[in-house]
Design a protein around this ligand. Structure first.
Ligand code: SAM
Length: 277
């Protein structure tokens, strides 16, 4: 495919970046190809991209994938995309908000199995990741550029200072790793933070016989007041008394003075079974 200078196209179109939409673009071809490589995209894959921007990552994905559905909100990008995506017959840009589409609407556009690849708009990182993890959609993997500190949370285990409710949510649905760190200077406009690429390999029904909604509720409750002991969070969240909260933890062999942020997914599963059975 022909090389293009996207910055020149943006300038020629007098394009104004919309900060509120998280518009920090990347043009470095090596980095773009590396992200697609991290996502393990091949010619049998359908890819959903969130945030087409000027179409630079879209081009890199399209050179490897069978089909790309790229979602964007900003219609001011149309004249730029007309140039940058010219000749890419396997790309469809959809001007819709992925967060507002129902699963069946998204499925009717995209079809069944797909991979998500995106340089995410940072103001909606967590809802975007959760939207694809928690849905019934057939997502094989999610490879996303996010703020470095969010990346650390997505991959953290209970021994890490970055461990959070979202670390457990990711572990419930698959396994995650940071594939590369990316300096803020690789973006334009340059943001205030460094970034990293995270790949989550999704494993549907990883936890056999577990009601995911109830387990998610337990985790939400347990992290609600981070500095409080878990017993207090269980009491407040489930409306139970201290005696019952202590009894639950004792039955699981867990100290009653523990904080929610110190427990692994296995320990949460024990508490889940104790509470819901
Ligand atoms: N993929 C391009 C790149 O790597 O240079 C652009 C990435 S930029 C960080 C994020 C893009 O997502 C912006 O173009 C923004 O307009 C778009 N965007 C923001 N919110 C969105 C949403 N809810 N749905 C789809 N696109 C969105």
């Amino acid at each position: 495919m022909n090389e293009i200078n996207v910055k020149d196209i943006l300038i020629a179109n007098n394009y104004r970046y919309n900060k509120a939409l998280g518009q920090n673009f990347i043009t470095d071809t090596n980095l773009l190809n590396a992200i697609v490589c991290d996502a393990k995209v091949s010619d049998i894959d359908t890819v959903v991209e969130i945030g087409t921007g000027a179409g630079t990552l879209t081009r890199a994905i399209a050179q490897k994938a069978k089909k790309v559905y790229s979602f964007e909100l900003d219609k001011n990008l149309i004249p730029i995309l007309d140039v940058s995506l010219k000749g890419f017959d396997n790309v469809e840009v959809v001007f819709k908000d992925v967060l507002k589409l129902r699963d069946d609407e998204l499925e009717s556009i995209v079809g069944e199995n797909f991979k998500v690849v995106a340089n995410l708009p940072y103001y909606v990182t967590t809802p975007m990741v959760m939207r694809f993890l928690e849905s019934g959609l057939k997502v094989d993997s999610i490879t996303v550029m996010v703020q470095k500190e969010v990346a650390n949370r997505l991959v953290a285990d209970c021994k890490s200072k970055d461990y959070a409710a979202i670390s457990l949510a990711v572990e419930m649905y698959g396994s995650a790793s940071i594939t590369r760190d990316v300096n803020r200077k690789m973006f334009f406009p340059v943001p205030n933070v460094d970034s990293a690429v995270v790949r989550i390999d999704v494993e549907r029904n990883k936890l056999v016989g577990v009601d995911y909604e109830k387990l998610s509720k337990l985790i939400r409750i347990s992290f609600a007041m981070r500095r409080k002991m878990l017993t207090n969070n269980l009491m407040a969240g489930y409306g139970i008394n201290r005696e019952r909260a202590t009894e639950v933890l004792r039955a699981c062999g867990i100290s009653e003075s523990v904080r929610g942020e110190a427990l692994s997914l296995e320990e949460y599963l024990k508490i889940y079974h104790e509470i819901y059975q």
